[in-house]
Ligand binder design. Structure first.
Ligand SMILES: Nc1ncnc2c1ncn2[C@@H]1O[C@H](COP(=O)(O)OP(=O)(O)OP(=O)(O)O)[C@@H](O)[C@H]1O
Length: 452
């Protein structure tokens, strides 16, 4: 096959998979050669190679054979001289910082997802602080807080933000040695170094980075020697004033089986939490996804109210939300129908059922009353003293967050109060949550207890 034939084939792919996918996945790959029935393509990162292979491999192979090429298999390879070439990923122009392609001769990090950039990260109240902190670090200026510790529940965008920082740093400060990897990979590298008796190399390698990013650090809890090594690496980098960015699924103090000295080290910098998404953020994410789908599915019609419905009903995590939308678009495109409320309910019945809110207003009232040590009757009753009013507002806030009840309905369940009283209560708690660490902690504890 020649480069010209590949050019024609790419155009066919563009028509089949849509401009968005094409730009993200096909544009960055280059045809190299066909040898003994194997077509080899060069890719900027292993991540892109794996993704294309899994998602478009069959399609490419099919097109190749259709165009007469004698190919039985396709292969994606990161060329050895990659570091001198910029990667062609959509928003992130530069090559992935220390991606897997450098495994043999340098520090191996994890591949970065080209979709995870600041541009594609939708900001709302629950994640605005985390986003601002991430952006500050991504500027690559003097280190002001070390480490930056990002934490939050499953699928709330920790990895997305970490990758966004790495991409941005690489674009702004290409001379920096940025290393992103998961805590699991850190452990794997450490064990390998021990086994191969290359601890000196390992130490040297990790101490030579300018920015170290470790995702899902809770993974090393309970793994004593990995923790020990992590601690030394951490200290060495902090001493050299090198930026460290860590993510975890909970706050440093709450990670069980993590040594106290590590916990306190992790708390030294800026600890920010990604709160569970609220309705507005979910809607924003859905809208931005739909915008990015437009090019891929130009013919698709989306009825009013569908996104609002999804944002309201699927509150588990962003990954589930995204998955639901992807499925909905693919399904509608397949059957060639408008995305109506009916089609949505048909297509996503399992997801909707699974995320059906099971928490009741009564449960919330009971839990909150218990937490603040007041009687249920006082929570619902008319007394307006602070001792009862604050827990009442907390309970109203949680009802708004965790149930699908409307404000008037919530008001009715709280001794027939007006919906404006509920609205005021919810707003007050939102303000307190942002200003008062104790309140934020109480809310998180209650939410977890209720969702458990
Ligand atoms: N605010 C956001 N804007 C756009 N996309 C988001 C946002 N938050 C999360 N996502 C998307 O949701 C998915 C899950 O996010 P991510 O993998 O970063 O979550 P995580 O917090 O690292 O989860 P886990 O705890 O499972 O590691 C990703 O596809 C990500 O792009």
């Amino acid at each position: 096959m020649t480069q010209e034939q590949w050019g024609v084939l790419r155009q066919d792919l563009l028509k089949t998979i849509g401009q968005n996918n094409y730009k993200t996945w096909i544009e960055p790959i280059e045809f190299s050669e066909v040898s003994e029935g194997v077509a080899t393509f060069h890719v900027p990162t292993n991540f892109i190679g794996n993704y294309v292979s899994q998602n478009y491999g069959d399609l490419i192979l099919h097109q190749l054979t259709k165009s007469g090429a004698s190919v039985q298999r396709i292969n994606f390879k990161v060329p050895a001289n990659l570091s001198t070439r910029p990667a062609a990923s959509p928003a992130a122009k530069p090559a992935a910082p220390k991606a897997e392609d450098t495994r043999d001769n340098d520090i191996a990090g994890a591949p970065l997802d080209p979709r995870f950039t600041f541009d594609s990260f939708v900001v709302g109240k629950p994640n605005e602080l985390a986003n601002a902190a991430a952006r500050r670090v991504a500027e690559g200026g003097p280190v002001t807080f070390n480490p930056l510790f990002l934490y939050g529940g499953v699928g709330l965008g920790k990895t997305h933000l970490m990758h966004a920082i790495a991409w941005e740093l690489q674009a702004r400060r290409p001379e920096l040695n940025v290393l992103y990897l998961s805590a699991e990979q850190f452990m794997y590298r450490f064990v390998q170094a021990l086994r191969d008796r290359k601890m000196m190399d390992f130490k040297e390698m990790f101490r030579s980075v300018d920015v170290l990013m470790v995702d899902d650090v809770q993974f090393i809890a309970g793994k004593d020697s990995t923790q020990e090594e992590f601690f030394h690496t951490f200290n060495a980098l902090v001493d050299q004033n090198k930026q460290i960015i860590i993510s975890a699924d909970r706050a440093p103090g709450e990670i069980k089986d993590l040594e106290d000295r590590i916990k306190s080290r992790l708390q030294c910098g800026l600890v920010v939490d990604l709160h569970p998404t609220d309705y507005e953020l979910r809607l924003g994410i859905l809208q931005s996804k739909v915008d990015s789908y437009r090019a891929q599915y130009p013919e698709l019609q989306l009825a009013d109210g569908v996104l609002e419905f999804l944002a309201h009903r699927i509150s588990t995590n962003v990954r589930v939300l995204e998955g639901a939308l992807t499925r909905l678009f693919a399904f509608a495109s397949l059957v060639g129908r408008e995305i109506t409320m009916e089609l949505t309910q048909d297509c996503l019945s399992d997801v909707l059922r699974a995320s059906e809110r099971k928490i009741s207003v009564e449960e919330i009232q009971r839990k909150v009353a218990e937490h603040y040590n007041i009687r249920l009757s006082d929570m619902i009753g008319p007394k307006r003293v602070r001792t009862f009013a604050r827990p009442r507002q907390v309970a109203m806030y949680l009802c708004k967050q965790l149930t699908s009840r409307s404000l008037p309905e919530i008001g009715r369940r709280f001794g027939g109060r007006d919906h404006t009283t509920v609205m005021h209560g919810v707003k007050r708690i939102e303000e307190l949550r942002a200003q008062d660490g104790q309140m934020a902690e109480d809310l998180e504890l209650l939410r977890r207890a209720l969702e458990a």
